[in-house]
Design a binder for this molecule. Structure first.
Ligand SMILES: Nc1ncnc2c1ncn2[C@@H]1O[C@H](COP(=O)(O)OP(=O)(O)OP(=O)(O)O)[C@@H](O)[C@H]1O
Ligand SMILES: [Mg+2]
Length: 264
């Protein structure tokens, strides 16, 4: 059963076709990775799948519902959350408050309740706080529940963004390079966290240059090159595809090499 389906999806910036004619389906509760050289259109695709960009062509269907042209908050309300390639942490807030920002999407609070501080509001806030603390522990940040975000190391901030995205209670979570800049131990922890997310029923879309991570954790891989679909399949199928090897390593390299982190 596919959770998200795109048809003829494209995005142009002036004359640049950042994404062109994509067609694929993302199955539920799996890890679906998107790889490709620098500038291949991966982040643009995530921006399309979260409503940040309106497609130039094509359609986006989430659980058969057409979300094409909808605003980012509508994508979020449907159960789609994301993290960013460059950290987007509110450093003037505590770690827990950053996570609670995500939780507010699911809060229902009337104006009178907010104005007159009804007791129900305090109870709801307590429940939200407890849920966000639990999410911090889920992503491995139990030691930072009382921390100030500007005192956290980079690797922990990457996981804080995942906790904030989870606080919106997504069914589809898009991660843009969650392991970028992490050391090998932190990368292994992200690997385990991604598997844990999929096991818990959340569908994960992973954009990542770390091929060891991608090849190990993905159920399905989509390869982009110059905005187009170059290949699609399991890790084994993609790893052996001569077109993929050529895109990463250049013409003539299609031997037994696996894709490495690469640029055009
Ligand atoms: N807002 C924009 N305006 C104009 N061009 C853009 C915009 N966003 C992306 N592009 C262009 O679209 C192409 C795809 O960029 P994108 O950031 O999606 O690539 P990427 O696969 O995420 O690369 P990387 O691996 O380096 O993060 C590039 O040529 C980029 O310059
Ligand atoms: Mg990118």
């Amino acid at each position: 059963m596919s959770l998200l389906h795109v048809e003829q999806l494209g995005k142009e910036f002036g004359g640049v076709r950042a994404v062109a004619d994509l067609q694929f389906s993302i199955p539920a509760a799996k890890v679906f990775s998107i790889i490709g050289p620098n500038g291949a259109g991966k982040t643009t695709l995530l921006n399309l799948l979260t409503g940040v960009y309106v497609p130039s062509t094509g359609r986006i269907l989430f659980e058969q519902r057409d979300l094409t042209g909808r605003a980012p908050y509508e994508f979020a309300a449907c159960g789609i959350a994301r993290t960013f390639q460059n950290l987007q942490v509110f450093f003037n807030m505590s770690a827990l408050e950053n996570v609670m920002v995500g939780r507010y999407l699911r809060e229902r609070c009337s104006l009178p309740a907010a104005l007159f501080r009804f007791p129900s509001l305090g109870r709801a806030e307590g429940a939200a706080r407890a849920e966000c603390e639990e999410l911090m522990r889920f992503v491995g940040l139990g030691a930072y529940v009382a921390a100030s975000s500007d005192a956290m190391p980079y690797g922990a901030l990457k996981r804080l963004e995942i906790a904030r995205a989870l606080a919106t209670r997504p069914r589809l979570l898009l991660l843009d390079e969650p392991a970028a800049g992490l050391n090998p131990i932190e990368t292994l922890e992200i690997d385990a966290l991604i598997s844990k997310l999929a096991d818990s029923g959340i569908t994960v879309v992973l954009v990542e240059h770390n091929m060891r991570l991608v090849m190990g954790v993905s159920d399905h891989i989509l390869v982009l090159d110059y905005g187009k679909q170059l290949a699609e399949g399991t890790a084994d199928e993609v790893r052996r595809d001569p077109k993929v090897i050529e895109a990463y390593l250049g013409a003539g390299a299609a031997g037994d090499a696996a894709p490495a982190q690469g640029a055009h």
